[in-house]
Design a protein. Structure first.
Length: 328
């Protein structure tokens, strides 16, 4: 048996695609699913997971920590409530499994390759670290030469999790002759892949993608339009400690978009995709003082050779001016 732990916080459309694929691609007799109700800001999400659990009550259950406790602590909470199966999976609620009998394939891969500390599904958005193609028996892996592997759908041996302990946030800092693991970082999201990578490598094992299991990561276009910025400002920047609905009601989200744009404009070169995305959002919610910022983004786009960025940021500035002039 394999235990799958999935922390639920996304909008209902994202969660539905994740869980419907999980149900379609899994063998219920081989899988236990634990959904951690992290109190999503979309009220339809909580209604949906209850309906999903009723439909699949024989192998799916919900545990509720009482509030949003984030990704790694949520997974730890689900792990404590789960059955003691030999293999355990972290599945993100924005990840769509595309391979039938995926759990059996990942389980078999870990069985035939004891040198692999844990295995991740092959995802369409990978970390940039270099991998080497290697075969263990008939199983094909992309083994990470350095750095992390994607953590959207990843399987561990329970014995390793027991030895490594609960998931925590981890980052690297440079000291002495090389990078060392820095613990004690506070965040609701991110960094657990660094923490477990450190433990796997300390044990002398490697981490890898499994070529035979494929997953798709859902993009921000399928979420609440401000979800990505909330997660960035809360989890990665630590600018505030508000849940998403409280953050939106406070109005601080508008200024956080502006702050992030100012930071990005100082980079060489800036991330043009982010400049376009944030400009287009500020065109809908921005204030008069943000028009110049959108014009500045257009100038930076042009100066760094990205005509599309220049055009779209200029259009966003014009749209914001029109919106403000209308008094809406």
């Amino acid at each position: 048996m394999v235990t799958v732990i999935c922390c639920i916080y996304n909008s209902v459309g994202v969660v539905r695609r994740c869980l419907e694929a999980l149900a379609e691609m899994s063998t219920p007799a081989s899988v236990e699913v634990v959904l951690v109700d992290n109190h999503a800001p979309d009220p339809l999400t909580r209604e949906y997971i209850k309906a999903f659990q009723r439909l699949h009550s024989g192998w799916v259950r919900i545990v509720d920590p009482g509030r949003n406790i984030g990704c790694h602590d949520g997974w730890n909470f689900g792990y404590k409530a789960a059955a003691e199966n030999e293999y355990v999976v972290k599945l993100d609620d924005d990840t769509v499994i595309e391979t039938c009998r995926w759990a059996e394939k990942m389980q078999f891969a870990l069985h035939v390759a004891p040198e692999i500390g844990y295995v991740a599904a092959d995802i369409d958005i990978k970390s940039p670290h270099r991998c080497e193609r290697q075969k263990y028996g008939d199983v094909l892996f992309d083994v990470a030469v350095e750095g992390i592997v994607g953590f959207s759908c990843v399987m561990f041996r329970r014995a390793d999790v027991e030895r490594w302990g609960p998931m925590k946030v981890g980052t690297y800092r440079t000291a002495g002759n090389g990078p060392i693991l820095q613990e004690g970082v506070q965040s609701l999201y991110g960094g657990e892949e660094v923490y477990y990578m450190h433990h796997a490598r300390r044990d002398g094992t490697r981490i890898a993608y499994l070529r035979d299991v494929h997953v798709h990561h859902l993009g921000n276009e399928e979420r609440h339009p401000d979800y990505a910025m909330w997660k960035r400002s809360y989890a990665y920047r630590g600018i505030h400690r508000m849940e998403m609905l409280e953050w939106l009601a406070s109005g601080q989200h508008v200024e956080h978009y502006a702050q992030e744009m100012k930071i990005e404009l100082e980079r060489t070169p800036p991330n043009h995709v982010l400049l376009i995305e944030w400009s287009q959002r500020l065109a809908q919610i921005g204030r008069a003082e943000h028009v110049w910022l959108l014009r500045r983004a257009a100038e930076r786009g042009a100066a760094t050779g990205n005509a599309v960025c220049a055009e779209k940021c200029n259009a966003a500035a014009a749209s914001l001016e029109t919106l403000l002039a209308s008094g809406l």
